[in-house]
Design a protein around this ligand. Structure first.
Ligand SMILES: O=P(O)(O)OC[C@H]1O[C@@H](O)[C@H](O)[C@@H]1O
Length: 298
């Protein structure tokens, strides 16, 4: 019996985003059943009816579990005769470990990149942290390793919710996103300098600017511990801005990050829906669908 052409698969923890993408693309959707055993192993059950091309859609927060589950799913799909497997992972893990800072340190970015390239025929992600490389394909050696940016939906969100905002990038790397978002609607923007002293320890230095009475939005790619955003917000407060808000592509917000930001006076915290989180406000379904349709047509 011949297989249907396309199927979009995800896991129950990513169902909302994956189903939204399937609906925009007009592709049938199914869930991979997952059971995690007490010892940490994962048991996966694929749907019985697969397709010639399967799109696997899930972000890779909680990276070590999810990378193994990706591997098990993709290898099993191949064993069942699936010809083409496309990964849509709006948040890609391990992309920040892109350099050996000390002798012997493993450069995980390229190792994870090659691992994904062996499993998939194409990879689509969003605002991946490419600091020292310019193309995602330098980390994931695939012709179709596509790094989208969420700057357009983020800019539209800001335009709809703020009047004459001032965008602040909390470090040099964020300039690429902040500048592009600002350009869409002519928002003012500034970029701070950051020195990282440890996982939970950063020093942020603001550029000279008139921050008083402004509605300031700190924009970044990923909030992990939230310390980068927190330190930027703390530096802004003495200037008595009208408000300080936060908008990020990827909302990890580990442990009490949200509470700390709130305690520092950050009242509005927004994120794209790449990682399911209470702060999700900007849908990525449309930009993902456009890229996926382009890949499917090739
Ligand atoms: O400060 P936390 O939230 O832990 O880490 C996120 C920051 O670390 C950088 O790589 C990201 O671009 C972001 O600026």
């Amino acid at each position: 019996m011949s297989m249907p052409p396309t199927l979009l698969l995800s896991f129950s923890d990513y169902e909302q985003q994956a189903k939204a993408l399937a609906v925009v693309c007009g592709i049938p959707y199914e869930t991979v059943l997952l059971h995690r055993f007490p010892d940490g192993e994962s048991q996966l059950t694929l749907p019985v009816n697969l397709a010639e091309t399967v799109i696997l859609c899930r972000s890779l927060d909680d990276p070590n579990h999810k990378l193994v589950e990706l591997m098990l799913t993709a290898q099993s799909l191949r064993q069942h005769g699936v010809k083409r497997i496309i990964l849509v992972a709006p948040y890609l893990c391990y992309m920040r470990q892109d350099k050996a800072f000390h002798p012997g340190e493993v450069v995980s970015q390229t190792i994870v990149g090659h691992f994904l390239a062996d499993l998939f025929d194409a990879v689509i992600t969003v605002d991946s942290h490419l600091h020292r490389i310019s193309q995602l394909s330098e980390a994931i050696p695939l012709e179709q390793a596509i790094n989208l940016t969420a700057t357009q939906p983020m800019a539209e969100f800001i335009e709809a919710h703020f009047t004459t905002p001032l965008l602040l990038g909390p470090d040099g790397e964020s300039e690429q996103w902040v500048k592009e978002i600002a350009t869409h609607f002519g928002f003012d923007y500034a970029v701070a300098h950051k020195q990282r002293l440890g996982d939970h320890n950063v020093v942020v230095t603001l550029p000279e600017n008139d921050y008083a009475r402004r509605n300031i939005i700190i924009v970044d790619d990923v909030a992990s511990t939230g310390k980068t955003l927190l330190e930027a917000a703390k530096k802004l407060m003495p200037y008595q801005p009208a408000s300080v808000s936060v908008l990020v592509s990827h909302a990890l917000f580990i442990e009490d990050a949200i509470a700390q930001l709130n305690a520092a006076g950050v009242k509005q915290i927004y994120s794209c829906d790449s990682i399911p989180h209470q702060t999700n406000s900007v849908s990525l379904a449309n930009i993902l669908a456009k890229a996926l349709q382009g890949v499917l047509q090739q």
